[in-house]
Design a protein around this ligand. Structure first.
Ligand code: GLY
Length: 334
């Protein structure tokens, strides 16, 4: 019997397990075998860019985790695609600009003219009206992170689907099962469908992450050093796993309007994932009872929040320490 069993072998569960192991705990990860949201995720580390939420506690948590990422990526010891070229947030039309300008102002980012934007990213459409550069918004490849963590944890990761927490034989159980956390704990986590595309071409068409409003449609484009380009994502309150003609069309139309040169790339993958959303779309971090700790409900920010979640949960499990950063995210708040 391990000291701690982590239920869930996605980026959050594995990060928690790795931090616990580093601190000397005897840990088993039970991995149900489904690819979680991490498998679909583009890996944008965007503390300001994923929503217009203004909850200061959540912004603090997102920013803290973004600060942890460079060291966390190094600690994994292999290339996990951490790239700090930064993000261009873009508006295609006057209406798109009106919508984004409020957030840019709050973030105190300087507005760039179209010519300045194209100096940074020559493949952008000449129709792009305005944008800002945020050097703090970086990226990582979630698939590489998960395989690095699996490698580090080795046989501690056991393929096993957990149907009930009473079946788990450990003094402490950390539930990090994404959307599956709802069935295990009764907590209100809902699946929020996202369709994501992967393209591939010669590296170098784009340098920065692009996050844009294009004629009222939201799209992000994440170029990797090896020529992969991730285009995402729909956001649908649906549980199905269908890649739809409408979803693909919506994403490609926005992406190609923004960067016409993407039309030449090969479309290599269409995928669907489900983000674990909570009623306030903030994560559930903390004790549910004497035995069970929850690390779930990270919604659009699971990759970004993995390192801070690992530190908070390790502190809670091993030191009994309630990190003040997590005070607002108790799973008992609902
Ligand atoms: N973090 C990107 C997404 O949820 O689509």
């Amino acid at each position: 019997m391990s000291d701690v069993t982590v239920v869930g072998g996605g980026i959050v569960g594995l990060s928690v397990a790795w931090r616990l192991v580093q601190r000397g705990a005897d840990v088993t990860v039970l991995d149900g075998g489904d690819d979680g949201a991490w498998h679909v995720a583009a890996g944008m580390l965007a503390p300001g860019g994923e929503s217009e939420h203004e909850d200061p506690a959540l912004i603090r948590l997102l920013e803290r985790s973004a600060q942890l990422w460079p060291a966390y990526a190094k600690e994994l010891g292999v290339d996990v695609g951490y790239d700090d070229a930064g993000t261009l947030s873009l508006a295609m039309t006057a209406d798109d600009l009106a919508q984004r300008a409020r957030v840019w102002k709050r973030q105190e980012l300087a507005l760039l003219r179209p010519s300045e934007l194209r100096d940074l990213e020559p493949a952008l459409s000449p129709r792009v009206r305005a944008g800002v550069f945020d050097p703090r918004e970086t990226q990582v490849d979630p698939r590489k992170v998960v395989s690095a963590l699996r490698e580090k944890l080795g046989p501690r990761v056991v393929p096993k689907r957990v149907e009930a927490l009473s079946d788990v034989d450990s003094a402490t159980v950390v539930v990090a099962a994404g959307c599956g956390t709802a069935a295990l704990t009764g907590l209100p986590i809902r699946p929020v469908k996202g369709q994501v595309l992967r393209l591939r071409g010669e590296p170098g068409l784009l340098r920065h992450v692009l996050n844009a409003s294009v004629d009222g449609r939201e799209v992000y484009i994440v170029p990797r050093a090896d020529g992969e380009v991730v285009v995402g994502a729909t956001q649908e309150e649906r549980t199905d796993r269908l890649v739809t003609a409408g979803g693909v069309h919506e994403l490609l139309r926005a992406a190609l309007d923004l960067v016409p040169g993407l039309a030449e790339l090969e479309l290599t993958e269409t995928t669907v994932g489900h983000r674990p959303g909570t009623p306030d779309n903030a994560p559930l971090l903390g004790r549910l009872d004497d035995r069970v700790v929850v690390a779930a409900g990270h919604f659009r920010n699971g990759v970004l929040l993995a390192p801070v979640t690992a530190d908070i949960v390790a502190g809670l499990v091993l030191d009994g320490a309630d990190d003040p950063m997590s005070a607002d995210f108790s799973p008992r708040r609902f």
